[in-house]
Write a protein that binds this ligand. Sequence first.
Ligand code: COA
Length: 142
Amino acid sequence: MVCEGSWLAAVPLTGNDNVHLTLEDGATLGHFNHIYATQSVIIEKDVLTADKVYVSDNLHNYEDVTLPVIKQPIKQCKPVVIGEGSWLGEHVCVIGASVGKHCVVGANSIVIHDVPDYSVAVGAPAEVIKRYDHKTQTWERV
Ligand SMILES: CC(C)(COP(=O)(O)OP(=O)(O)OC[C@H]1O[C@@H](n2cnc3c(N)ncnc32)[C@H](O)[C@@H]1OP(=O)(O)O)[C@@H](O)C(=O)NCCC(=O)NCCS
């Protein structure tokens, strides 16, 4: 399900022949999400995103200071996967990085480094603060 006001796009702005944005079964996006793929963004099964979440695999280039940013090419970042069963809180941004399965990303966090499976990550940039220990079956502080 995709709530009102969300904008999903898969556009070959960086020259990729095969651009895809995949939303698997049960994935639920909140209001005003902005999901933009220029190569690959995969939102796996049963992911939940809160409102105003941004997920993308690209950036505006800003290297040439003689040109306005809007006139510079789009830069391709790494493909993005939001893993099965994960939850992205309100105002989260995920840019060129992946979130593992069954993770929680706290509100207002900016994910620019991969978050491993079964983690809670918060902050800008987001850092892992808890991991699930399958032996003790508890969430442990990192
Ligand atoms: C991350 C979250 C789930 C809390 O998880 P939790 O396991 O209960 O975490 P805790 O409350 O024990 O906090 C652990 C630490 O992380 C910090 N923290 C929690 N959420 C944070 C956030 N969003 N950003 C930065 N730090 C955060 C706490 O301050 C605490 O730090 P401390 O131990 O140094 O004091 C929650 O804070 C959050 O952000 N939820 C998202 C809510 C939302 O967006 N809902 C939309 C509806 S779909």
